[in-house]
Design a protein around this ligand. Structure first.
Ligand SMILES: [Zn+2]
Length: 268
């Protein structure tokens, strides 16, 4: 009898302890100084606080993400050399630049059936692009590469021309300054469908097909609609970036930009 009472007592004790830990909420304050977000960077603490004061509606997670991306500072300020050169997860944007002499390794010319003459991509991206264009072709769709790898000096020419014909402010919306163009990575392809002007790519069945399939081949729409405040670029329906199918699928499923993916999972 005594033994039974002891057993019941012990069981109740253990059950209460278990239930206490299971139901007691973690009521630690959610301040920006605690580090329960694994991409929190101590050196950015001041910037997090400043950005939070100006953007009180944002969630803590978004504040950390946006500051790590750099968008609390104007474009082309606080810039850094791009990391992870010659990988498929390199980030080049208005805060991360490539050297004048950076030429990606393994550049390879795209099959002329799917490209304007002599357009080059990094080999892995080229193979994936050709496969994608070939599969689209089976559905009577023509995905064609019209602009791919660009040298530093060619980008400089392009940008300087934009500035000459409009203004720095306008040019920055459409074109990258030399060293800041993702095209210099050899992982980017601008597409058309051989008929419509590339700026109308959004209206083509090829675009529709790519919306559903590009990620399977490792490509993402790099500058989506309504994400201009993150990417720093106007929406471009024709500009695709190779990141490999695992990253591309994650980005597609979660409707995020490459910048967000990069600070959360690559440079964290
Ligand atoms: Zn482009």
């Amino acid at each position: 009898m005594k033994k039974n009472i002891l057993l019941i007592f012990t069981t109740i004790l253990f059950l209460s302890i278990f239930l206490y830990f299971k139901t007691t909420p973690n009521n630690k304050p959610q301040s920006l100084t605690n580090q329960n977000i694994n991409y929190y960077k101590k050196e950015n603490t001041n910037r997090y606080n400043l950005y939070q004061n100006k953007n009180k509606h944002l969630k803590k997670e978004d504040i950390i993400t946006y500051v790590n991306i750099g968008i609390d500072k104007p474009p082309y300020t606080n810039t850094k050399k791009a990391k992870f050169l010659n990988t498929t997860y390199i980030l080049v944007n208005k805060y991360n630049y490539l050297d004048k002499n950076y030429i990606p390794k393994n550049l390879d010319t795209i099959n002329r059936n799917f490209s304007l003459p002599n357009k080059k991509l990094v080999h892995e991206a080229k193979i994936a692009f050709e496969q994608m264009a070939q599969d689209a072709k089976r559905n009577n769709l023509n995905i064609r590469a019209i602009s791919t790898y660009r040298t530093y000096s060619y980008q400089k020419e392009l940008y300087d021309n934009y500035v000459k014909n409009s203004s720095i402010e306008e040019a920055d919306k459409y074109s990258a300054r030399a060293g800041y163009s993702e095209h210099q990575t050899g992982l980017v392809v601008d597409c058309d469908n051989k008929i419509n002007y590339y700026e109308n790519f959004e209206k083509t069945p090829e675009f529709k097909w790519m919306q559903q399939n590009a990620h399977k081949y490792g490509f993402i729409l790099r500058y989506p609609k309504n994400k201009e405040y993150i990417t720093g670029y106007n929406y471009e329906s024709w500009h695709y970036r190779y990141v490999g199918s695992i990253i591309a699928t994650y980005i597609q499923k979660n409707n995020i930009t490459f910048e967000e993916y990069y600070v959360k999972f690559i440079d964290n």
